[in-house]
Design a protein around this ligand. Structure first.
Ligand SMILES: [Zn+2]
Ligand SMILES: [Zn+2]
Length: 783
């Protein structure tokens, strides 16, 4: 059984180890508490005296007079010197890593001060020897300050009249200089540095000092820390470097940018020379033998920038993860965006994302297809954005924010940041969805595709005419505009607006409370990500799973900083959602999106979307497994005028076919509340004899239970027609027939296509009482 003291010591050690530091164990076995706020005066005096002694002897040796003055000044400086803060040594940044669902690293996040720590134990012996040999050969013996070198430095300083760089720093001093940010350039800083170096040596083992030093030191070419430097120069971990490479790394320390071999041949030559000096010094100090020395000299160094060092551009997915985690850190830790990003780039987090590598690969392949993405005649590159969500959990399994070369990190993301007009893809979200939800409309509902003017607004159809009476299903199928507007009118703009917001459309504002909401004619627009989330509600029978890009963020101690749990919320009835899905299935089987069928028995539902002048092209679709939305267009909106089917449909189909290739065929789940009934699809009501006679309008359709109509059709009317004149018959007409017509309350200027079947109001005037008597029934209508 370990004693209580042992346990406590262990606890302390673990704590310190987390900080990357070992506590110095005193002879009594107690772990010395490292607490900078509890400085003991006695100790301070003792250390002060040591520095002082060094100086005193130096001064005396130099024959400087007036030591009394010096002592006074020194005491003053030391009294004002904060002891070195160990926490400051730890302010070194730690790289964060981002993982996909297979826990494979997909990105490393680091700031310019990026460092990846490597423990002393893992650092190759010859690297340590190389660094100590060249930088501080008496490191293992001195107490923080090398008296021999310091004395020499002071002499130089004095003889140069204070114009010397005051070199002669030990590794301990260099570590302190790099960590404290004490930038005062005068000689008092040097004294504070000595004092701090000696203090630090009393608290930490030499190995810890060296470890911190190697992990914080700047080594040129943007690399801080020996591990990052090793990746920067040799594209491998420092644990894998050979003696020649180790000596090269040690050589860089003196003048990191002068020796940076990527600066050119001259710098590389200088570095080679310095490396030879390092090796010679190692030989002199018997750290290596003649053979090793010769071999290392002969070895030809090859410089190669590794992945971690070249600052490879993050993918759009990683960019989106950074934004999402930063936003959650801001909210949950109540910090500014700058702070959140600093935490992300420097706290050594492990971020577990929702990216499924195979899905992402399919997206990336499509987005690099040069026959879909190229410069047009005007030299403009057409862009696109895509998001795929796993319906079962709301995970964003793949995402792309743009085609072509991605040049910078956190660049404009067309999947999450571009706000574009959604066009007709918005109809199920803002018009049919809310109307189906309230039972005001359903697939068999009849709507008049005829001229409509609201105030100064007269919406048109892309096909340039009006169909007349159609069902909601047909209107969705062929993306008719007027029926969508009438549908939103029937459910109310406010309801439609709130409904779209419930489905996760976050970019709406109050100015969108107009009827053009039905057509996706928005003030600002929508993001691909929001659209994917909204469509997944239909796929999920009315449940909104907030799209998530990551599941958790863990700090270096294994503590969960953020937990991004699934959040499911019912935002519409399962039946209403299913009715939408059923209509969107028709779009894929017979409507505007037949090219997107996934085939192989995999049910597919989707909706196309185009905006005025073809500036934005969309396809939003889903299977029982995944929901995906693709947008394509130019960054500076201009007409696309591309042949049908357009890029977003091609990309959607290509990617989704690959994503589903290994999945079992599946249909959408039909909720128990779905019922069937026969309906007149011009009125959406119970069919009458008139509907039957009219022909082609009676259909068995599906409804949410409780929404099956109870009124009878009021669109279709019967009339008795004089067979001779084709007008409404009177009692004198001899040959008559019953015919069915449509009726409407309005008299549109532009006649819809079914106008020829409008009810007739003109009465037969040919036949009358007198005519019947005169002609005795032998009427010639042409006379
Ligand atoms: Zn009818
Ligand atoms: Zn007649």
């Amino acid at each position: 059984m370990p004693s209580k003291n042992d346990e406590k010591r262990k606890g302390n050690k673990i704590k310190l180890k987390r900080l990357g530091l070992r506590a110095k164990t005193t002879k009594s076995g107690k772990t010395e508490k490292i607490d900078n706020n509890n400085k003991k005066n006695t100790k301070r005096k003792k250390i002060g005296w040591r520095v002082f002694k060094i100086l005193l002897f130096t001064m005396l040796g130099l024959g400087v007079i007036g030591t009394g003055v010096v002592i006074g000044v020194l005491t003053g400086i030391i009294d004002k010197t904060e002891n070195v803060d160990l926490a400051q040594l730890q302010s070194q940044k730690l790289t964060s890593f981002i993982y996909d669902t297979e826990e494979k690293e997909i990105a490393a996040l680091f700031s310019e001060e990026n460092r990846i720590n490597i423990s002393y134990e893992k650092t190759p012996k010859y690297l340590i020897d190389a660094v100590v040999s060249i930088e501080d050969e008496r490191f293992w013996k001195h107490n923080g300050v090398d008296i021999k070198r310091t004395g020499a430095a002071i002499v130089t300083y004095i003889f140069n009249g204070g114009n010397s760089s005051f070199g002669g720093s030990t590794i301990t001093q260099q570590l302190i200089k790099n960590s404290t940010g004490d930038k005062e350039a005068d000689w008092t800083r040097k004294i504070r540095e000595w004092y701090r170096a000696i203090s630090l040596e009393k608290k930490l083992e030499k190995e810890d000092i060296l470890e911190s030093y190697l992990n914080t030191i700047y080594l040129g070419a943007g690399a801080s820390g020996i591990e990052v430097a090793s990746h920067t120069y040799f594209n491998k971990s420092v644990t894998e470097v050979n003696l020649a490479e180790a000596a090269t790394l040690a050589a860089v320390i003196q003048l990191p940018e002068t020796y940076n071999p990527y600066r050119g041949e001259e710098a590389a030559k200088k570095l080679k020379k310095r490396k030879e000096i390092v090796l010679a010094k190692m030989l002199e100090l018997k750290k290596i033998n003649k053979e090793e020395y010769e071999e290392a000299l002969k070895y030809e160094i090859k410089y190669e920038k590794g992945k971690i060092a070249t600052g490879t551009t993050y993918t759009y997915f990683v960019d989106a993860v950074i934004e999402s985690v930063a936003a959650d850190l801001m909210e949950k830790q109540n910090v500014s965006k700058e702070m959140a990003l600093q935490m992300l780039y420097g706290n050594g987090y492990k971020i577990y994302t929702t990216q499924v590598p195979s899905v992402q690969k399919s997206i990336d392949e499509a987005f690099s297809n040069k026959s879909w993405f190229y410069n047009d005649k005007a030299g403009t590159f057409m862009q696109a954005g895509m998001v795929i969500i796993d319906n079962s959990n709301g995970n964003v399994v793949g995402l792309s924010g743009g085609a072509g070369e991605k040049e910078t990190d956190r660049s404009f993301n067309r999947a999450t940041q571009a706000i574009r007009q959604p066009g007709s893809t918005f109809k199920p979200i803002s018009a049919y969805g809310p109307a189906f939800e309230r039972g005001i409309s359903y697939p068999g509902m009849g709507i008049d595709d005829s001229q409509l003017t609201v105030g100064k607004w007269t919406p048109r159809n892309y096909y340039g005419y009006f169909n007349g009476y159609v069902s909601a299903r047909s209107a969705i199928n062929l993306s008719m505009n007027i029926p969508a507007v009438r549908t939103l009118q029937s459910v109310g703009v406010d309801y439609g607006y709130e409904f779209a917001k419930k489905l996760g459309i976050s970019t709406l504002n109050k100015n969108d409370k107009t009827l053009s909401l039905a057509l996706g004619g928005l003030n600002r627009g929508v993001t691909v990500l929001d659209m994917t989330g909204a469509y997944s509600v239909f796929a999920n029978n009315g449940i909104y799973l907030e799209p998530r890009l990551y599941t958790k963020v863990v700090d270096p101690n294994g503590k969960e900083i953020l937990s991004n749990k699934e959040s499911a919320q019912r935002v519409m009835k399962d039946t209403a959602a299913y009715l939408i899905t059923d209509c969107l299935k028709t779009v894929v089987t017979t409507g505007t999106a037949t090219s997107t069928r996934l085939g192989g028995g995999m049910e597919t539902a989707g909706k196309t979307g185009n905006t005025n002048d073809d500036k934005d092209q969309w396809f939003a679709g889903y299977s029982p497994y995944y929901t995906a939305v693709v947008w394509n267009g130019y960054d500076q909106p201009k007409s696309i005028n591309r042949p049908y089917p357009y890029t977003s449909m091609r990309v959607w189909t290509d990617v989704m076919k690959k994503v589903h290739s290994s999945l079992a065929a599946k249909g959408f789940t039909r909720p128990s509340g779905i019922v069937s009934a026969t309906v007149c699809t011009h009125s959406g009501k119970i069919p009458t004899e008139a509907c039957k006679l009219y022909g082609g309008v009676i259909k068995t359709e599906i409804f949410g239970s409780g929404t099956v109509p109870t009124d009878t059709c009021d669109v279709h009317k019967m009339a008795t027609i004089c067979k001779v004149t084709g007008k409404i018959a009177n009692e004198h007409c001899l040959e008559t027939e019953e015919k069915a017509y449509i009726t409407r309350d309005t008299q549109p200027k532009i006649k819809p296509r079914d106008w020829n079947r409008m009810i007739i109001t003109d009465k037969c005037t040919l036949h009358s009482k007198s005519s019947a008597e005169e002609d005795n029934g032998n009427v010639n209508p042409y006379n």
